[in-house]
Design a protein around this ligand. Structure first.
Ligand code: PEP
Length: 253
């Protein structure tokens, strides 16, 4: 059975002390996870070691980086490599978030390289994709997302594709308070799974977790996560609020 995941994307928020407190509060709630459930905290780089030691004694709680560079190493001042992340035992890395695509010009091709760097270093990418508002309004979201999957993921062999977690994040729903309806999320997730099935076969496609992201909160998590092809969420704003995120964790299937 594929994993159900509540992933917190903290973005560029929290001081070190606030980050420690937030983790203490959420982990202190002692929310037990089932064998197929996971919680992942995508924290800023300087907090990864601390966060990793906070989750070390917990079952199925993990940390993620929010990005890494597409080159292996070298003269790239300010960048962080997948090898560096592996050396501090980071198991997940968010890649291709729409904010990085927009503000840092990350292309599908560059993301394909980042995916490779992560997999070479035994890090599971949480690959974000999703359409902007004008694409949704034009009704071409299915082919838009298909291109993102093809150009960033479909060079991978079958043995690697199940290492990927996919997050469908319609850009018009991120940080806007505007959530995709459960029907819209399910429709796109089913479409993505069918594309994956065509490329890799239905068995592998069924084992890939596809998260929904875009204004997930305590009040809508249960309905979204109950969709058959929605395997949890990538959560921005609400993941910074203890009670909200605790409820979101408890909403996992
Ligand atoms: C995100 O940034 O990944 C996200 C989904 O943000 P929010 O939940 O705030 O819409």
């Amino acid at each position: 059975m594929r994993k159900q995941i509540a992933a917190a994307n903290w973005k560029m928020n929290c001081t070190y002390q606030q980050a420690e407190n937030l983790l203490d509060e959420i982990l202190g709630a002692g929310i037990g996870l089932g064998a197929q459930q996971e919680v992942v905290f995508a924290v800023p780089f300087p907090y990864l070691i601390m966060a990793n030691s906070e989750v070390a004694d917990e079952t199925n709680y993990f940390v993620a980086a929010q990005n890494c560079y597409n080159k292996k190493s070298g003269a790239y001042t300010g960048e962080v490599s997948a090898e560096m992340l592996q050396s501090i035992k980071v198991p997940y890395c968010v890649l291709g978030h729409s904010e990085r695509r927009e503000y840092f010009q990350e292309s599908n091709q560059m993301l394909a390289e980042k995916i490779d760097r992560c997999l070479e270093n035994d890090i599971s990418p949480i690959f974000c994709c999703g359409e902007p508002l004008q694409v949704r309004e034009a009704g071409t979201q299915n082919s838009f997302v298909e291109t993102q999957l093809r150009e960033s993921l479909f060079h991978l062999p079958a043995a690697s594709i199940t290492r990927i977690v996919i997050a469908y994040e319609p850009i018009w729903a991120i940080g806007t308070g505007k959530t995709a309806s459960a029907a819209q999320a399910q429709e796109m997730h089913a479409h993505m799974r069918s594309i994956l099935a065509k490329q890799y076969g239905p068995m592998l496609a069924n084992n890939i977790s596809i998260l929904y992201g875009g204004s997930v909160k305590a009040a809508n998590a249960k309905e979204l996560f109950s969709c058959p092809d929605v395997d949890g969420g990538l959560v921005g704003g609400a993941s910074l609020q203890t009670e909200e995120f605790k409820t979101i964790i408890k909403s996992l299937k």
